[in-house]
Design a protein around this ligand. Structure first.
Ligand code: ADP
Ligand code: MG
Length: 464
């Protein structure tokens, strides 16, 4: 187990969101792109990692990547969406060169901290084509931000910087992305999250390559940085950002920034940066009202209809109900809408309001805080065994299975890391937890009884 831990980890990570069957997707590629394109190009793509909203795909060489990105990326993305609607981005990893670097480093026994995102496409696939101005629905809460975003595209460097702020899931990234798309034909657009900026910054320091880093970011004529609040408390990053900011402004580049709060509210950020950030135009996006939510739902339904050429039946009653329900932000709202559409697809019928409410309860309940303790208690009760026995070192199956189920649920239903979960199970190693998650995932898929028990325990946990 220990020896294979890298491999195990990889499988495990893929299982976090195990929805896609790559063989099935490859077959769809072959069918929809034609044998020739498939055999020359697409056959060589591998699925490296699966996340909720993006995938990391492996391609043999840079040339392959560029060829595929320039010709087939849009279509690949829309094919993938048919299998998993939440995917909106693809990153590529060059598998061959990564391998040769790996060999090199092991040869020289030199731990060159190479991460898998190293070769992902840095610039051009960062902009998501579907997040444009046409798909952004106007409402009272975002009207000002939207109209200035458009103005900035029309008159770059007039409002500088443009600073957009608002709570999570309200459309900041969507707007930034739309501006990037709009301006990329006439400008050198750089679109990056503050977190990613930090990643490149640190990498350059490690590689002793700050010159390249500075050049790279300072040559853009439109510099868009998302979620700037990330720099809070990070002194050296702030320093670098400040210099990047100044030199971009000096050469007349447009800077666009988003954050989850107003510039003045950025605690643990240098005063001089705050004052720079407020020096242009500051606009906010507010919480959406009912009307905007309804319009967004309707537009999403329309988009999906057009994209997949399928009929989607969702009644006005349900649309109104969803829009009026609780304090969901737009991201949550779209998430739930996707679930409802998926449900409709599977059951081949329109949901009624009761089913819709149940589904919603299920989704919203997941935000309830579930602790490892609670999981352990519920599982041991369910199987009628003592908690102390379940946590003990005994390996008999009537104890080992519940123990593994509890670990599996701890991984799925809490935010605890693998080592943390291990510690809570009488100080077990994280590899034991990985093994448990793998075992239970496998059993759940092939054993109906197991699937049923897990579902029951889950609903016990979500009750109350
Ligand atoms: P933020 O960056 O503010 O957290 P996002 O831009 O990621 O939020 O928006 C969350 C989701 O909601 C995205 O799928 C986005 O496309 C969608 N969204 C937000 N506002 C709108 C809008 N006005 N019209 C259409 N979609 C929107
Ligand atoms: Mg965002």
């Amino acid at each position: 187990m220990e020896k294979n831990s890298f491999k195990t980890n990889k499988i495990f990570a893929a299982e976090e969101e195990k929805i896609l069957n790559w063989t099935e997707i490859q077959n769809a590629f072959a069918k929809n792109f034609g044998e020739e394109i498939y055999n020359s190009w697409l056959k060589n793509i591998s699925l490296e990692k699966e996340f909720h909203d993006h995938l990391i795909l492996g391609v043999p060489t840079r040339f392959f990547r560029d060829w595929i990105v320039s010709r087939y990326l849009d279509k690949i993305l829309s094919e993938l969406k048919k299998f998993k609607i939440s995917i909106n981005r693809i990153e590529f990893k060059i598998t061959e060169s990564a391998k040769s670097v790996e060999n090199l480093s092991s040869k020289y026994n030199n731990k060159l901290n190479i991460t898998e995102i190293k070769d992902s496409v840095l610039n051009y696939n960062r902009l998501n084509r579907s997040l444009n101005f046409e798909t952004f629905v106007k409402g009272k809460s975002n009207d000002v931000a939207l109209s200035y975003s458009k103005k900035v595209c029309e008159y770059p460097a007039r409002y500088n910087p443009l600073y957009i702020y608002g709570g999570v899931g309200l459309g900041k990234t969507h707007l930034l992305n739309a501006m990037g798309l709009e301006m990329q034909n006439n400008n050198n657009v750089m679109f990056i999250s503050a977190e990613r900026f930090m990643y490149h910054f640190i990498k350059s320091i490690k590689k002793n390559d700050m010159v390249n880093f500075k050049d790279f970011f300072r040559k853009s004529s439109v510099f868009i940085i998302d979620d700037i609040q990330f720099i809070r408390g990070k002194e050296s990053l702030q320093e670098e950002f400040f210099h990047t900011f100044n030199s971009l402004i000096d050469k007349g580049s447009q800077i666009i920034i988003s954050a989850d709060r107003a510039p003045t509210k950025l605690d643990r950020v240098q005063e001089r940066i705050k004052s720079r950030l407020s020096g242009g135009l500051v606009v906010d996006i507010d919480i959406p009202d009912l009307e905007l939510k309804i319009n967004i739902i309707k537009q999403k339904i329309l988009e999906i209809k057009n994209q997949f050429k399928e009929e989607i039946l969702i009644s006005e009653e349900i649309i109104n109900f969803l829009a009026g329900y609780g304090k969901m932000n737009i991201r949550e709202l779209i998430g739930i809408l996707n679930r409802i559409i998926a449900f409709g697809r599977v059951h081949k019928k329109e949901l009624n309001i009761t089913e819709c409410k149940n589904l919603l309860k299920d989704v919203l309940n997941q935000t309830k805080v579930i602790t490892v303790d609670k999981i352990q208690n519920t599982v041991s009760n369910f199987y009628n065994i003592q908690l102390s026995e379940m946590l003990s070192q005994r390996r008999s199956r009537p104890l080992a299975r519940p123990r593994q189920i509890a670990m599996y649920l701890a991984k799925k239903m809490t935010t605890r890391s693998l080592p943390e979960i291990g510690r809570r199970f009488a100080n077990r190693d994280h590899t034991t937890v990985i093994h448990a998650v793998k075992t239970i995932t496998r059993l759940r898929d092939k054993d109906e009884e197991m699937a049923k028990n897990i579902a029951q325990i889950k609903s016990l946990l979500l009750e109350e």
